[in-house]
Each structure stands twice: as structure tokens, then as C-alpha cells.
Write a protein that binds this ligand. Structure first.
Ligand SMILES: [Zn+2]
Ligand SMILES: [Zn+2]
Length: 104
């Protein structure tokens, strides 16, 4: 189950659970689409993989007898920050961005 992290790990903008701008990598590193399309060029600073839109968890439970949705599995409030210095990040992105995501 996704944590649904609350912020972009690069610029620290808020990414609430229903944000259409929230993007995640396969490890759930989380960034806003402005950073993914801009400085990150679809390269995760940590794993080097690409991003996909984070699915929006339904607010309510829609199935009788189940405990699903944000009311039972709320979004995380633990903010994460990418630890890589600017020069390191830029070199990492430059090295990987032209390799297609399915060949990384
Ligand atoms: Zn950002
Ligand atoms: Zn990643």
C-alpha cells in the first residue's frame, strides 16, 4: 500500500492525496509534475527510474464489509527530502535522462 507522501521531495510543495500533480517512482519517491517535467527530466534522483501519476485513493469505503479508502488508510504526514546536492543531481539526471525508461 502506498504511503501517499505529502510533499515534493525536491521543492517541498504540498501534494495532497487528491493532487493530480503528484508523481511517484517505483519506490514511491514523490515529486510534483513541475519538478518531474523540469529539473528532473523524468529521472528519479534516488533510483534513476521514471515516474507515473500517483493513483488517487478514494475518500470513502465503497465496498460493504471492507475497510478501504482514505477514511481507513489515511495519507502519510511524514515529509521526505531528496538528500542530493544540486551538482550531484544535475550530473545524475544528465547521465540518465536520454536512456529510455524501459532500458534503464
Ligand atoms: Zn517539486
Ligand atoms: Zn526512485
Amino acid at each position: 500500500m502506498l504511503e501517499i507522501r505529502p510533499n515534493c521531495e525536491l521543492c517541498d510543495c504540498d501534494l495532497p492525496p487528491d493532487s493530480p500533480k503528484a508523481m511517484i517512482c517505483t519506490y514511491e519517491c514523490t515529486y510534483g509534475s513541475d519538478c518531474v517535467d523540469g529539473p528532473l527530466a523524468n529521472v528519479c534522483p534516488t533510483c534513476g527510474g521514471g515516474f507515473a501519476p500517483r493513483p488517487i485513493r478514494p475518500k470513502k469505503n465503497w465496498r460493504d464489509g471492507k475497510r478501504l479508502g482514505l477514511e481507513h488508510h489515511p495519507a502519510s504526514d511524514k515529509r521526505y527530502y531528496s538528500p542530493y546536492p544540486k551538482e550531484d543531481l544535475e550530473a545524475h539526471v544528465a547521465r540518465i535522462k536520454d536512456v529510455p525508461v524501459d532500458e534503464r
